[in-house]
Design a protein around this ligand. Structure first.
Ligand code: NAP
Length: 268
């Protein structure tokens, strides 16, 4: 048996394989993968040294842990062909947004099943993954699945009932960060900074601020106050943000992403 199998050779599968290999969680010849287009699969298999399966069924029949890395709508099209092929001791990990553990259990039966929600910084080893499971996994399986995602960043185990909220915050979150980052840089460009310098300044400021929050454990309001001297420059900028309702806008942004997940889920 291969240690891990992937159905879908897209961006996320590639990111996870890169993390697995970089962290020596398994060797390339312990990873098998299938994909709809064979050319794309061959390119990735050649680049990473992993095994290219002839079809999805081969992955299901030969891997201890199977990662479902296709889009949710693609899964809906193929799930009837995946049903009933897994045996005892195998486990399923879905990274598909909005597909519940109950949906997966209906397809694969009473086996250990995990739902994971990574985000795109996983591609550079700085991801944030939420993880939930159906309670049927052994401790070893739980540890192994958690280590798959720790190989591409941080992992937070949460109740499945919070998975869609997590997706709206950290799954979609990189887009909101890039939007803010671009706007900050535009502010700098408006004042005459070269474009490249403005991106570097905005990005490193966002990275440093996030790292400071994580490392100090301080409340964000306390860290904000440390930058904000009485009668100074920063408080004048903050007044603009408060007047524009930036906090409320950001909360609503995340709420809307959550509601869209629910709406897409309801259409299934
Ligand atoms: N990207 C993110 O930020 C992110 C974050 C969290 C979760 N996710 C989840 O991760 C999953 C994959 O996302 P992605 O960004 O990696 O998508 P992607 O790059 O589009 O990859 C999907 C892959 O699945 C393959 N595929 C489609 N139908 C298939 C089938 N019937 N059998 C086998 N392979 C098939 C596609 O093959 P072709 O090459 O033929 O198209 C493609 O290579 C999604 O469910 C998404 O919800 C993504």
């Amino acid at each position: 048996m291969y240690k891990i199998g992937f159905i879908g050779a897209g961006a996320m599968a590639e990111a996870i394989v890169t993390g697995l290999l970089a962290n020596h969680l398994c060797s390339a010849d312990e990873i098998i993968m299938s994909n709809r287009s064979q050319e794309k699969l061959k390119l990735l298999a050649d680049a990473k040294g992993i095994i290219a399966a002839k079809d999805n069924q081969e992955v299901l029949q030969t891997a201890e842990v199977i990662v479902l890395a296709v889009k949710p709508q693609q899964y809906q099209e193929i799930k009837s062909k995946l049903a009933g092929l897994l045996k005892e001791k195998q486990a399923v990990v879905s990274i598909m947004a909005g597909i519940t553990l109950a949906d997966l259990q209906e397809c694969f039966g009473d086996l250990p099943i995990f739902r994971a929600m990574p985000n795109t910084p996983a591609k550079i080893g700085c991801g944030m993954t939420g993880l939930a499971d159906n309670g049927l996994a052994t401790k070893e399986q739980k540890n192994f699945v958690a280590s798959i995602f720790s190989s591409v960043g941080q992992v937070l185990e949460i109740a499945e009932s919070n998975m869609d909220a997590l997706g709206a915050l950290s799954g979609s979150g990189p887009a909101y960060c890039y939007e803010l980052l671009e706007a900050m840089a535009d502010g700098g460009v408006m004042l005459g900074l070269p474009r490249a310098a403005a991106y570097q300044l905005a990005a490193q400021t966002m990275l440093g601020s996030a790292q400071m929050l994580l490392q100090t454990g301080e409340h964000p309001g306390v860290l904000k106050d440390q930058v904000t001297s009485p009668g100074g420059t920063t408080i004048r900028g903050l007044k603009v943000m408060e007047k524009a309702g930036v906090r409320g806008i950001m909360m609503e942004t995340i709420e809307q992403a959550y509601l869209q997940t629910k709406q897409l889920g309801a259409k299934k």
